[in-house]
Design a protein. Structure first.
Length: 274
């Protein structure tokens, strides 16, 4: 089916919103403000399992590509949102600006190289790795999601990272050290960066909300007895995209699950040692 740019965008936006809602919500985390006068917050995950789920879903959102047949974009949900910032079919007076800023900030954060030292007792290696943050998310997210029989690709990726840093390790040995990586990344690296990551994701959700707020205002039609309907933009004409648009507007009607917050500045520094 030859859908318009706006139709493709509405489908992609809906998919991305639902992915973010599964990440930034009070079932997984809370963001209470600190007791000082800064007004900043520190994110607390409900449990270690909830932290795992947050990272797994974030990895899917940021890295796992989908079929372009539905959205017109071959890439992840993050790629879909970046494309929406270019097509901006629903922009109203620059309303896409917040979404553009938030998605660019998230992409930049994930692609930023950081240095992290860790002791890997299984391999008897004391390493200092400088890699993009997305690499550490890729390692921990997949480790949390799969059993050892499914982690050959991750093991190869780790072996390549170690080799680039001067540590030659046989591929067969790497799976034995995955728990060493998990301990450092889960218990330290992403505990520290969890607040910043949650803030970045929540900003993306609020960016979508601001982008579509005027479109929702024009489309929404209240009816009797709590009934309502939506008027479709002229660019949304096919049946399936209209269903996606309706669903997207319902997400705007509901709004983000977590209010805006600013993460603590003390949780936004580069950490070196585990």
């Amino acid at each position: 089916m030859a859908y318009s740019v706006a139709e493709r965008e509405s489908i992609g936006l809906c998919i991305a919103v639902e992915a973010i809602n599964d990440i930034a919500n009070h079932a997984l985390l809370d963001a209470p403000k600190l007791t000082d006068s800064s007004g900043e917050a520190e994110v607390r995950y409900k449990s270690r399992v909830h932290q795992h789920l947050f990272l797994i879903r974030l990895l899917d959102f940021a890295k796992e590509g989908g079929d372009e047949a539905l959205t017109g974009v071959r890439g992840s949900c993050l790629s879909i949102l970046l494309a929406a910032c270019e097509s901006r079919s629903f922009d109203s007076g620059g309303s896409v600006g917040g979404l553009e800023q938030a998605t660019t900030a998230l992409k930049g954060w994930l692609n930023t190289e950081t240095t992290f030292k860790m002791w890997l007792p299984t391999l008897e290696l004391d390493v200092e790795l400088t890699v993009p943050r997305i690499d550490f998310l890729y390692i921990l997210g997949n480790h949390a999601k799969h059993n050892l029989s499914r982690l050959t690709g991750i093991s190869r990726h780790i072996a390549e990272i170690l080799a680039r840093h001067g540590h030659r390790v046989e591929l067969e040995q790497v799976p034995l050290a995955l728990d060493d990586f998990r301990e450092h990344l889960q218990e330290d690296y992403f505990v520290y960066y969890g607040t910043w990551l949650a803030e970045l994701m929540n900003n993306v959700r609020w960016g979508i909300q601001e982008y579509l707020q005027d479109t929702f205002r024009k489309a929404y039609r209240p009816g009797p007895d709590l009934m309502y309907s939506y008027n479709y933009p002229d660019s949304i004409i096919h049946e399936a995209p209209r269903a996606w648009f309706w669903r997207l507007m319902n997400h705007v009607r509901t709004g983000p699950y977590i209010g805006r917050f600013v993460g603590s500045r003390y949780m936004k520094k580069e950490i070196i040692r585990a």
